[in-house]
Design a protein around this ligand. Structure first.
Ligand code: ZN
Length: 190
């Protein structure tokens, strides 16, 4: 059973870290069970060693085509007792939809100039367990526009993501279209 899309909650005191940026979400999901992940270094107290494992929780994940329930590992800093959870990079904290679903929405809106209701119907057609709403897509759109310079800086800092990162001469909508046109075909090689 997939819960309805939800927006960021501020009730979880656990800090969230994002694992290495992955190019293949499904492969990553399938391999997760076999991989033992570790976390080192506490940003809170400065402890440099390895964290202790501290249980896990299940999380719904909706990709473009499927629904998964995955286990998210929690860690504990043995020095200060702060807890952390390690999210795979294809998940965005507090969102049920994977990175590629949200990028699909943004690319369709900004680069292909599609309407939110059209994008919504495409997603429902690809995945019967996708309950994306028009309101969610409008939220993604506003959030992306408000954070476009942060996103631009993030990708410009990656050595393998070659492009001219100066978007200052474009309108926000044009800059969004340019940036998304580079993110969509981007593959980071290990
Ligand atoms: Zn600590």
């Amino acid at each position: 059973m997939v819960s309805k899309p939800f927006f960021p909650l501020k009730t979880n005191p656990t800090m969230i870290s994002i694992a290495k940026f992955s190019e293949n979400i499904i492969k990553d999901l399938l391999l997760r069970e076999k991989n033992f992940e570790h976390m080192y270094g506490c940003p809170s107290c400065g402890y440099k060693g390895m964290f202790h494992r501290h249980g896990h929780y299940d999380r719904n994940v909706v990709t473009l085509n499927q629904h998964f329930v995955i286990s998210i590992q929690r860690f504990l800093c043995p020095c200060c007792g702060k807890t952390y959870s390690l999210l795979p990079s294809f998940l965005i904290p507090y969102f049920i939809y994977t990175f590629d679903v949200i990028i699909f929405c943004l690319y369709s809106i900004f680069a292909l100039q599609k309407k939110a209701n059209y994008v919504c119907s495409i997603l429902h057609g690809c995945n019967k367990q996708c309950f994306m709403t028009i309101q969610s897509i409008i939220f993604f759109k506003k959030r992306f526009l408000s954070k476009i310079h942060v996103v631009n800086t993030f990708f410009a800092a990656m050595d393998c993501f070659h492009y001219d990162s100066d978007l200052s001469s474009f309108s926000k909508n044009e800059a969004a279209a340019i940036l998304l046109s580079r993110i969509v075909p981007f593959k980071q090689h290990p």
